[in-house]
Design a protein around this ligand. Structure first.
Ligand SMILES: O=P(O)(O)OC[C@H]1O[C@H](OP(=O)(O)OP(=O)(O)O)[C@H](O)[C@@H]1O
Ligand SMILES: O=c1cc[nH]c(=O)[nH]1
Ligand SMILES: [Mg+2]
Length: 222
């Protein structure tokens, strides 16, 4: 895990060869939907494991069949809310929840409109109560302009004040990170990698294309 010096509380996993290998497969245009979804599940699992290293732990007594000794309990793992941003975060959440298995889960639909406005349509919101001891993890693989996450975080904050807000994604553009940190300075961002820039259509370069379409197929507009 590597802190990015351009912002406060922004981390990438560019120093993790295994996470980079999974990301390389996701970027590859030849990777089909089965391997793409599996890759997102894997990233979710390993990124959640890395995230536990930043969580509060407690020393606990444990009795082995032979004697009593000291063990560890990751306290924060018991108080997690994962917000899944449809569509592309579904496989990422599946991986996250393998490690964060106590998590309560919120589902939010967010669809980004076309350039240059990138209006966000958010019409399905199911979020559990958020408590002061909670770590809220908003899962969305792609942080491009940041518009989706700014809106989702605004909505999430209406459901109660948490101990900590974290975004877990796969790729981010610097523009999107700056916009999110401006609107929500209290949010930490963890992504596999931070890419170069956005193109005129708002796609991350070099990126991996449209994460939702690659995982589930391009939707038909009737
Ligand atoms: O940072 P932004 O510029 O807001 O863009 C990022 C959003 O775009 C993608 O969703 P999309 O709207 O394509 O929906 P989908 O997951 O259903 O494909 C992605 O999963 C993010 O939610
Ligand atoms: O590059 C991008 C930008 C937004 N959404 C995606 O799925 N990919
Ligand atoms: Mg999409």
């Amino acid at each position: 895990m590597k802190r990015d010096e351009r912002w406060e509380g922004v981390y990438s996993f560019e120093d993790s060869p295994f996470i980079m290998e999974i990301l390389t497969e996701l970027r590859d245009e030849r990777t089909g939907p089965i391997a793409f979804r599996k890759g997102l599940v894997k990233l979710g699992r390993y990124m959640a494991y890395e995230l536990t290293k930043t969580m509060e732990v407690e020393k606990v007594p444990v009795k082995t069949p032979l004697e009593e000794t000291e063990g560890v309990l990751v306290k924060d793992r018991r108080n997690v809310v994962i917000i899944t941003v449809l569509r592309a975060a579904i496989p990422l959440m599946e991986g996250l929840i393998k490690v964060l298995d106590h998590a309560r889960v919120g589902i939010v639909s967010a669809s980004r409109g076309k350039a240059p406005k990138f209006e966000i349509e958010m019409n399905y919101v199911k979020i559990p109560e958020i408590k002061p001891e909670d770590t809220v993890i908003v899962a969305d693989p792609m942080i491009a302009t940041g518009s989706t996450l700014i809106k989702v975080l605004e909505e999430v904050k209406r459901y109660g004040r948490a101990k900590r807000y974290v975004v877990v994604g796969v790729l981010a553009a610097p523009e999107g990170i700056s916009r999110i940190k401006e609107a929500h300075p209290d949010v930490q961002i963890f992504v596999a990698a931070i890419d170069r820039e956005l193109n005129e259509k708002g796609y991350i370069l070099p990126g991996l294309g449209d994460a939702g379409d690659r995982a589930f197929g391009a939707p038909v507009k009737l």
